[in-house]
Design a protein. Structure first.
Length: 114
């Protein structure tokens, strides 16, 4: 699945996650990648700097939490395809979307599913 996090028609991040086969072990796992979009991030921060209640350090830390969550807290390891698919679709995707929804709500951003 791929989503873009949007503000004022600018993409701030493109986030992609999928189920993948580990060629070495022939086991399956969830994979995750996020792509920051510099123009969108700069435009958003330029607009928000000086706004009441906006703290650029908090924004940066909150933005990094999405990737950190994947690396430190969730990274599920490999397993058979059926178990990996179930965990990916029933646990990982809903938890990630909850995290992204809270982030977007806090900063007035939109989610666009690709």
């Amino acid at each position: 699945m791929t989503i873009n996090i949007i503000w004022n028609n600018y993409t701030l991040f493109s986030i992609e996650w999928w189920l993948k086969l580990d060629d070495d072990s022939e086991l399956w796992c969830s994979a995750f990648e996020d792509y920051p979009c510099v123009r969108g991030l700069v435009k958003f921060i330029e607009n928000r700097l000086g706004s009441e209640g906006f703290n650029v350090e908090d924004f940066i830390n909150d933005s990094e939490k999405i990737k950190e969550w994947w690396i430190e807290l969730y990274n599920p390891g490999s397993t058979d395809k059926v178990a990996a698919s179930k965990k990916h679709n029933q646990t990982f995707t809903p938890a990630l979307m909850d995290l992204i929804n809270v982030y977007c709500s806090k900063y007035g951003l939109e989610i666009k599913r690709m």
